[in-house]
Structure formats: structure tokens, C-alpha cells
Design a protein around this ligand. Structure first.
Ligand code: URA
Length: 185
């Protein structure tokens, strides 16, 4: 019998709950693996959990998440149904009680989980939300050059977009997500 996507993903969740591959585990209240639909054709990859995500255990549930959900809904997506949300790292990077970017070592320690999620979900489209997600796929050109473009990766369409907290007008963020919607139909 084929093991379901849910079972495979639950196995990863269990692994991450006790992961000690980097120092981020010391601050972990909850690991943050995903929200949304594992059968969706679109994965959206953010950077890392923030304060609220660490408390609740789901990605994009804070201010950035609200902004992102609003934009996705405006372009016509049903976010929970149409998208599988996750991050490059699964535990909150923090300095002096504030969110910070994950460092190279933390990303390297965690990227195997992201790769496993992609392998299991098998998306047609991956939205790379912000610089950290973009760099995982070795897209080195700056976001201002590649946002909203479609890049092939092993038959998957990668679309880099600005992170919701980037200081860029909403119209640009909206137009990029609109392109994703057009691709998906
Ligand atoms: N929350 C997340 O889960 N990821 C981000 O990149 C930002 C906020």
C-alpha cells in the first residue's frame, strides 16, 4: 500500500520536533513545518518562523502572513486550499528577543527538510518568497531583476517574489502573484 503524503510529511514533522542539528532548537517552542494543503500544486517558501509562528507552530501566521494572505486572496487564490506554505528553516532565529535572518550554517542544517517537503508534495510551481528562499535555488541575481519571472528547476516553475515585509509597493507584490495565478489558471 502506498504511504500517503500526509503520513510521509508527519514523519518529517516528528523528526523536526526533536531536531538538534543547529542552535535554533534552543529557542524552539514549536517547530514550524507547514500550513495549507499538501495536495496543492503550489508551494510557497518563506524564510523562517517569527515570534508568533514559534508560539503557534504554523508558518506565516503573524503580520507578514496576514499581508501575504490578503494579497493571495486579492489575486484570486484560496490560500489554505491552493497553497502549501513552508519556510527555509523550521525554528525561529532570534537575537536579543528579535527576529533575525537564519545564517548559512542554520540553513545548511535545515535544508534537507525543505527538500523532503518538495519531494513529497511534488508541486508544479514554487513561489520563492524573499531572498533567503531564492538563494536556496542558487538564483543569484537580485530580486529587483528576477521578481515575477519564471525559472525552470527540474520541471518545476520557480517564481521569485518580494517578501511581504519588503519595502516595495503592494502593487508590485500583487502583480507578481497575479502572474502565478495566470500560470495556474
Ligand atoms: N513568517 C514565516 O513563517 N515566514 C517568513 O518568512 C516570515 C514570517
Amino acid at each position: 500500500m502506498e504511504v500517503s503524503k500526509k503520513n510521509k510529511l508527519n514523519k518529517i514533522v516528528k523528526e523536526i520536533e526533536t531536531c538538534q542539528a543547529c542552535n535554533l532548537c534552543k529557542n524552539r517552542i514549536k517547530s514550524v513545518v507547514s500550513r495549507g494543503n499538501e495536495n496543492a500544486k503550489i508551494i510557497l517558501i518563506g524564510e523562517a518562523p517569527g515570534k508568533l509562528e514559534n508560539e503557534i507552530g504554523k508558518p506565516f501566521v503573524g503580520k507578514s502572513g496576514q499581508q501575504l494572505n490578503d494579497l493571495l486572496s486579492k489575486v484570486g487564490f484560496n490560500p489554505e486550499q491552493d497553497i502549501y506554505f513552508c519556510n527555509v528553516v523550521k525554528c525561529r532565529p532570534v537575537r536579543n528577543n528579535k527576529d533575525r535572518k537564519p545564517n548559512k550554517q542554520e540553513i545548511e542544517a535545515c535544508v534537507k527538510y525543505l527538500n523532503a517537503q518538495i519531494e513529497i508534495v511534488k508541486p508544479e510551481i514554487i513561489i520563492l518568497c524573499g531572498n533567503t528562499a531564492k538563494k536556496i535555488f542558487k538564483i543569484n541575481k537580485p530580486l529587483k531583476m528576477v521578481h515575477g519571472s519564471c525559472i525552470d528547476y527540474k520541471g518545476i516553475k520557480l517564481i521569485p517574489v518580494y517578501h511581504p515585509r519588503a519595502s516595495i509597493i503592494d502593487e508590485v507584490k500583487f502583480n507578481d502573484l497575479k502572474k502565478v495565478k495566470k500560470l495556474r489558471g
